[in-house]
Design a binder for this molecule. Structure first.
Ligand SMILES: *[C@@H]1O[C@H](CO)[C@@H](O)[C@H](O)[C@H]1NC(C)=O
Ligand SMILES: *[C@@H]1O[C@H](CO)[C@@H](O)[C@H](O)[C@H]1NC(C)=O
Ligand SMILES: *[C@@H]1O[C@H](CO)[C@@H](O)[C@H](O)[C@H]1NC(C)=O
Ligand SMILES: *[C@@H]1O[C@H](CO)[C@@H](O)[C@H](O)[C@H]1NC(C)=O
Length: 489
């Protein structure tokens, strides 16, 4: 065999490796521009919680009422077995990462020893007047890695300052400072416009309140009918509109205004503010614990879940402690069933075993925006994006690799970090339309009216969107609790 000329060895040993080392790295396609408005960091964190918990607790628990009069004697507040660890354990078992407490309800009784009133735990025999329910919840939550939120009712039927604008707003702000300075990090503060029809007239200095809140807490979301962090969904059934935009015009909102509930329920595709909706509902009929009431059926809780979390909202589920100071066993049990059902339905995603195609993909085959992104574990920052040039006919198709798919729930999620975009979409199984919808947002769940479907392919067509649609996740699930022909009680 002839010896190769020596200059070839020089090229092979020295020049080729140099060429490889210094060759240009392959450039990655940039993400598309966002469509404003966008969520803030805290709003995104809030959205990902999906289910949060409310605890209505106070003198009403002991008087068997929903709205106290303000004339209750603090001595009636005797939760002899109060154990906030049990509350937070219940929340954790339900998959909840944030619980909100009624630090003060409309009756004005404070669950913490406020310096500005004696209408509080100070006047209760519980712990000889040294109790502090807010502190107990904070300690229990901290130990379990759960975040807390607080409700401080604007309407106060006890305090004599109520009705005198300056005095009452000073009192209210003083209490806000106590709550937001002394209990560590608070992730949500809850303001509402609830008020009796013959209550004294009162102007709440919302701008002062909101400014103070943002000054004292950096990662908090302010909830009210008008935000600015999170908006009320417009009812207390736990149902968002089937169209639900996280965007809305804050200038059209005001707190305690009954004429805006429909607007709150659906949001506004042209809205200039990112203000997602929170669906508050109680596990029981009332917000406070009543001996004669029992938790809602599992089927009802699941219906609420599909109509809140499954409509781009966060579900705020109220679970009231009883007079012992514990969450009733029946509620604990129902919550376990509820969490178990959600896990059963969503822990298996048939889409993961499918082959996936799309109408086009940004940056081509290696652009990083292919349809496979919809079946990874990231439901926010990896997504399928079509080409900018394709103005319409966007679709994504999943195809079974061997046997037929059997499912009755379709889950679609948008990459909301770049804005909420999808206005209208349709779902086809083996070419036949099985569902259609409007908005998607963080999460849209279609619990199919036709019941369980068997098919080889599923196609999601985006019929209208602001800019190109960005889909971060798709799921095909089987819900064994869904019997569409039986009425939910
Ligand atoms: C509140 O103000 C309105 C309008 O000024 C007045 O008509 C009404 O009587 C007032 N209500 C009370 C309880 O003072
Ligand atoms: C209630 O909202 C509507 C619609 O934005 C507005 O026209 C009206 O002035 C509001 N009423 C109050 C009392 O703020
Ligand atoms: C919200 O604001 C946008 C921008 O100003 C406007 O186009 C839209 O009509 C407003 N929505 C409503 C319901 O007024
Ligand atoms: C409150 O719930 C706890 C836990 O289930 C239970 O032991 C206790 O008896 C209940 N108290 C009342 C008054 O029902």
């Amino acid at each position: 065999m002839a010896k190769p000329p020596s200059f070839l060895w020089v090229i092979t040993l020295f020049i080729l490796p140099l060429k490889l080392t210094f060759s240009k790295p392959e450039l990655v396609t940039t993400p598309p521009l966002p469509i404003l408005p966008l969520p803030t960091y805290s709003q995104l964190k809030w959205q990902q919680r999906e289910i949060i918990m409310f605890h209505h607790f106070g003198v009403n628990t002991f008087t068997d009422s929903e709205w106290g009069t303000g004339k209750e004697n603090p001595a009636i507040f005797i939760p002899t077995g109060l154990n906030a660890n049990q509350w937070v354990d219940t929340a954790v078992q339900a998959g909840v990462s944030l619980t909100i407490l009624t630090a003060k309800h409309h009756d004005g009784f404070c669950l913490w020893p406020s310096k500005y009133t004696d209408h509080s735990v100070i006047g209760s025999p519980w712990k000889n007047g040294h109790g502090d329910v807010v502190q107990e919840l904070v300690n229990a939550a901290k130990a379990r890695g759960v975040d807390i939120g607080l409700y401080l009712s604007p309407w106060d039927r006890h305090d004599r300052r109520y009705g005198r604008n300056k005095e009452y707003n000073e009192y209210y702000l003083a209490q806000l400072q106590e709550l937001l300075n002394n209990y560590g990090s608070v992730r949500e503060i809850w303001f509402d416009g609830a008020k009796g029809s013959n209550a004294p007239n009162m102007s709440y200095y919302f701008n002062d309140w909101f400014s103070m809140v943002n000054e004292l807490q950096s990662t908090i979301n302010i909830f009210s009918d008008a935000g600015p962090g999170v908006r009320w969904v417009g009812n207390e059934n736990g149902f968002a509109g089937s169209t639900c935009w996280s965007t809305i015009n804050r200038t059209s909102l005001s707190i305690g205004n009954g004429s805006i509930v429909d607007y709150l329920n659906t949001g506004d595709p042209r809205g200039t503010d990112w203000l997602p909706a929170e669906c508050d509902v109680s596990i029981r009929t009332g917000w406070f614990w009543h001996k004669t009431q029992s938790p809602k059926k599992l089927s009802k809780l699941l219906e609420i879940y599909y109509n809140s979390v499954g409509r781009n909202c966060v579900l705020l589920l109220n679970v009231p402690p009883n007079t012992t100071g514990l969450i009733s066993e029946t509620d604990v049990h129902r919550l376990k069933e509820f969490k178990g059902a959600i896990d059963t339905i969503f822990s298996t995603n048939l889409a993961e075993k499918c082959s996936i195609k799309a109408s086009s993909q940004r940056g081509g085959k290696n652009g990083g925006f292919g349809p496979k992104n919809v079946i990874d574990n990231d439901h926010l920052w990896t997504y399928w994006a079509p080409n900018d040039e394709d103005k319409e006919d966007h679709w994504i198709e999943l195809r079974a690799t061997n046997e037929k798919l059997k499912f009755n729930v379709v889950r679609i999620q948008e990459a909301i970090g770049l804005g909420q975009r999808i206005k209208r979409h349709e779902i086809y199984v083996d070419g036949a339309r099985v569902a259609s919808g409007t908005t998607v947002g963080y999460k849209k769940l279609h619990r199919l009216e036709k019941g369980v479907l068997h098919g080889y392919s599923l196609k999601i067509k985006i019929m209208g969107s602001k800019g190109i649609p960005l889909i971060s996740s798709v799921g095909l699930h089987f819900d064994p609790f869904w019997h569409p022909n039986e009425l939910v009680a």
